[in-house]
Design a protein around this ligand. Sequence first.
Ligand code: 6R9
Length: 649
Amino acid sequence: MSSQSLYKVSGDIAANALVNNDKYKTMYQESIVNPEGFWREHGKRIDWIKPYTKIKKTSFDDHNLSINWFYDGTLNASANCLDRHLAEHSDRVAIIWEGDNAREQRKITYGELHADVCKFANALRSQGVCRGDIVTIYMPMVPEAAVAMLACARIGAVHSVVFGGFSPDSIATRVIDGKSKVIITSDEGMRGGRAIPLKRNVDDALKNPDVTTIEKVIVLKRTGGKVDWQEGRDIWWHALMETASEHCQPEEMDAEAPLFLLYTSGSTGNPKGVLHTTGGYMVYASMTHEYVFDYKAGEVYWCTADVGWITGHSYMVYGPLANGATVLIHEGVPNHPSPARLGEMIDRHKVNILYTAPTLIRALMAEGKQHFDKFDGSSLRIMGSVGEPINPEAWRWYHEVIGHEHCPIVDTWWQTETGGILIAPLPGATDTKPGSATRPFFGVQPALVDNMGNILNGENEGNLVLLDSWPGQMRTIYGDHERFVLTYFKTFRGMYFTGDGARRDEDGYYWITGRVDDVINVSGHRLGTAEVESALVSHELVAEAAVVGYPHDIKGQGIYAYVTLTRGTEETEELRQELRQWVRKEIGALATPDLIQWATGLPKTRSGKIMRRFLRKIAANEVTNLGDASTLADPAVIETLIESRLNRT
Ligand code: 6R9
């Protein structure tokens, strides 16, 4: 690594930051040598109803798995995000909201947010929601999405947010898995100038005969668009709020009581319901938010993630609100109506901290710098990146064009499963290198292992694992604890396997190289290749399908599908379009295949297993050195696939 690529912490930032390099080292050391003592102290950043005396009972042994943090304490997550700020900061703005159309603006103070959450919590109770019930939330990016989540937390219900871009089928699978009785949605959502028919998607999902548990659909009126109505089942949000009381005592919850479920894709099967609990998650989300973004009271913080992803949970709602931050929420996309929107919003709201994804940065880059000619950007202090590896070109563009070369970039590596950031620079402590997530957060012990599970030392590359638990870790896969153990703790005994590969350089910095399993990352969204394949084969004309990711300039990875049609079916362009639409309808727009190659045969071993490494290489247009094909049942298949490959860039 040449010294040119090292971006040193500026003296100014270090002097005013929460943590400088020496302090990082001392704190990190303590967190590893004495985790009990470290977390006993830092757990106090959260308000506990009954303070904990027990800190950590964890084991990654697959026969004796246990993950418990602060486990004799009790608390309420919504009280931590709201009530505790009221005495001194009731008038501080909690949420600045800007609509898809910039003319729509709202500001909500902590006092107002508290009142709304209490009212909606009472509304939920009035609809029969009890402690422990799972409530599905399918909402656009409006403050009410956060209100709904916090209201669930207030009464001890468990929310399961479904991303607004998902299809009726995807809603249905999640509702079925969680046996949800109530779903909260909106008539429509607005994104990039288009109305998204959220209520209609919910109606369609509920037509699925396997959805049997839903009793109530609560509907927020966002656009006033026309919706179908089922008397007795559907209720307007505003009607419930009119009569609801502003007083709602927060439920006293155990530290290990479930806070939320969030479904995410794995390498096999349906998406898994990742379960997070209350105490450890709140400590970890709020602590990482404060340290990684060096958050200072009064600053305006903008996270562009959708609330349907883990980033929206930990770093738009729970982490920042627990810290009393002012959070900017944007309904739409930051490059609509033009790429200038991002800069205009930063200037308009005097944003101090921006947290976004590489795919957006690459999309803006492709549009050209001129869209930032009028961008002032002087309010901006810290910038974050999340969701996928950031390529050094995008990192530098972000640094120069948005950060005007003076804002530290925190490239934060983490996962739905980890609840919060695990590897990232701290602005006042860590010199950065474009493309590296750098060093572990306090209490986090990453390691690299070879495929046999041997720990690799020093400069090296391998599978990224974690050797010990941290408070924000997921506790189980809802309804399938065995799958939890199998997925994360059996590949490498005694360790949590992340599914990512990584390299560690001479300074001990980590460089995430991407997934080593059958998960692909499209514009920062996780997708299992198996999900896309199963959507494709559910079409009557598809006999077989294999899906892989391939390098894509803007999305990071694109979706490449090899499809074998049923005998006698003609391979037409119309059918190709139909299959793309089919997958879109089955899963959601983000799963639409970019390229579909017709394949009369797929490369298989004699036992019938598809050899994906060949398919990945052909899709990536790396066809000169394919490796050993001798184990294939029919090696000639490869030649045919190479000849008709679609990505020849
Ligand atoms: C937070 C989030 C997790 C997967 C993860 C990895 C990739 C996320 C990254 C990154 C390189 C980063 N990923 N952040 N890769 N650098 N800074 O994105 O959660 O949706 O569960 O995705 O995303 O592959 O394993 P999730």
